[in-house]
Design a protein around this ligand. Structure first.
Ligand code: NAP
Length: 479
């Protein structure tokens, strides 16, 4: 795999008159310059995907699976280079980036296999002269927009089910991390993807114009977005308002992590760190607020703060680094502002609470005690390495705080009581609940949110359904 810096449309590598710089967030050094394309190139890519669709859809699932498998094998063979690239443009530690590359590749393998099982149904008839069946068919041209926090996996979680099911796709990657998307295109080309099946349109200044083209094009039959709730709402409305296309939205979260007094505290500390500090707190499923039962609040806070103070901060390619930089200057400012507000309102920093001296975009891993429900660190997604601790006195209170948010993506809790485990899992309003474990994402589970965290699921059998139409067929006049 080489470092690709041109866009990829209709099987061709495409430059552009204007280019924009992709920076390493740890050092602000330039890695490459990528074409700043616009709506015209997006339309061109959509037309190419439209031309490629009939032949790709006509292949058997087994033939498509062979290409998916080859794509997966190439990704795994190049996993170290992919990890280095993800780390360089996105900032996460190389070991974590390698985890993302394997996670990203796993969707190619899983959906290639799973698309062979896109079964319809036979429905017992209501009338002697009729027979009823359903069949599953690809939708057509799909368009996708993805965020920078998982430069690879957020793409493959959409592209793999789309392509395996017989659709074609046009992707607009994030402006901060387009290089991993282009590496993926190179590996897809080598795996034998026909021209037009997977297209990557890079941009910096024309994001909204490309989004508009995706949402309003009558040739695009399905739109899938991962990113902020604010942008997702607008694009979802534009899709439905213009062409009533199918829409999937993977949006923001505000995950609660509840530590009950009966929990194994060491396990809870490890789980909290795994969930909260992954990618320096910049994932949609990061624990955003830690609810701790009164009886163990002091003991848990102390253990957590001691462990967090030992996390190694630095550039993603330094050995042993656990916390990398935040993605850009705006992200650092937002975290600084939210922490300052919490401290002014009575929170106490048990560790961290300020920027880190590793560089301009580094924030020290932080634990805040005495946080209240009113503070912004409880109400909004922090997207940084800051763990706010909120005290609660009863299970009812914990569930009420956990559900008191418009979001409902992930939630976590720690308990040794099996009755409570069922009870709380059922009462929490979120698409995913993880008990006694801070990490849960993989290719076989249905990933997605309730409430304003989104529409639809990615991964698992549910993730394939998002890229299939169900057609009902009536065989009448049967004698
Ligand atoms: P964002 O601002 O919404 O950006 C995400 C993507 O949308 C980028 O590709 C961005 O392009 C594009 N975009 C922004 N404005 C647009 C517009 N008006 N029209 C068309 N496209 C537009 O989100 P972010 O802050 O980068 O990403 C973090 C958010 O994503 C968090 O809220 C996080 O929780 C969420 N997220 C959710 C999931 C999930 O599965 N639920 C997973 C990961 C992240 P540019 O880069 O060109 O601006």
């Amino acid at each position: 795999m080489s470092l690709r810096s041109d866009a990829y449309i209709d099987g061709q590598w495409r430059g552009g008159a204007k280019r924009f710089a992709v920076l390493n967030p740890a050092t602000q050094e330039q890695i490459a310059e990528v074409p700043d394309l616009g709506a015209a190139e997006a339309e061109e890519a959509i037309a190419a995907a439209h031309r490629a669709f009939p032949a790709w859809a006509a292949k058997s699932a087994k033939e498509r699976a062979a290409v998916m498998r080859a794509w997966y094998d190439l990704m795994m063979a190049d996993i170290d280079r992919l990890a280095a690239l993800i780390s360089r443009e996105g900032g996460k530690p190389v070991a974590e980036a390698k985890g993302e590359a394997a996670y990203g590749a796993s969707f190619m393998e899983w959906f290639g296999e799973e698309a062979k099982r896109a079964y319809g149904r036979t429905i017992p008839t209501t009338t002697a002269t009729r027979r009823y069946v359903t069949i599953k068919q690809p939708i057509g041209v799909c368009a996708a927009i993805t965020p920078w926090n998982f430069p690879m996996a957020m793409i493959t979680r959409k592209a793999a089910p789309a392509i395996a099911a017989g659709n074609t796709i046009v992707l607009k990657p994030p402006s901060q991390t387009p290089l991993t998307a282009l590496a993926l295109a190179e590996l897809g080309e080598r795996a034998g993807l026909p021209a037009g099946v997977f297209n990557v349109v890079t941009t910096h200044d024309h994001t909204s114009a490309i989004g508009k083209a995706f949402c309003e094009s009558p040739l695009v039959r399905k739109f899938s977005f991962t990113g902020s709730t604010e942008v997702g709402k607008k694009l979802g409305a534009a899709c439905v308002g213009s062409t009533v296309k199918r829409v999937s939205l993977e949006l923001g979260g505000n995950a609660p992590l509840i530590v009950f007094a009966d929990a194994d505290l060491d396990l809870a500390v490890r789980g909290t760190i795994a969930s909260k500090f992954r990618n320096a707190g910049q994932t949609c499923v990061c624990a955003n607020r830690i609810l701790v039962e009164d009886a163990i609040y002091d003991a848990f806070s102390k253990k957590l703060a001691e462990a967090v103070a030992k996390l190694k901060v630095g550039r993603g390619d330094e050995p042993g680094v656990e916390i990398g930089p935040l993605i850009d200057g705006k992200a650092i400012e937002k975290v600084e502002r939210m922490v300052a507000e919490a401290l002014a309102a009575g929170a106490v920093a048990l560790t961290g609470g300020k920027k880190h001296d590793a560089g301009a975009q580094f924030y020290a891993p932080t634990v805040l005690a005495n946080v209240t429900r009113e503070m912004r660190v409880n109400r909004e997604e922090i997207f940084g390495p800051v763990a706010p601790l909120i005290r609660f006195k009863s299970e009812d209170e914990a569930v009420s705080i956990a559900n008191d948010t418009p979001f409902g993506l992930a939630s976590y809790f720690f308990t040794r009581d099996v009755n409570r485990a069922w009870r709380v899992a059922e009462r929490i309003e979120s698409g995913m609940v993880s008990i006694n474990d801070g990490i849960f994402s993989n290719e076989v589970i249905p990933f997605g949110g309730w409430k304003e965290s989104g529409l639809g699921r990615e991964g698992g059998v549910e993730g394939l359904e998002e890229y299939l139409e169900t057609k009902f067929v009536n065989f009448g006049g049967f004698v």
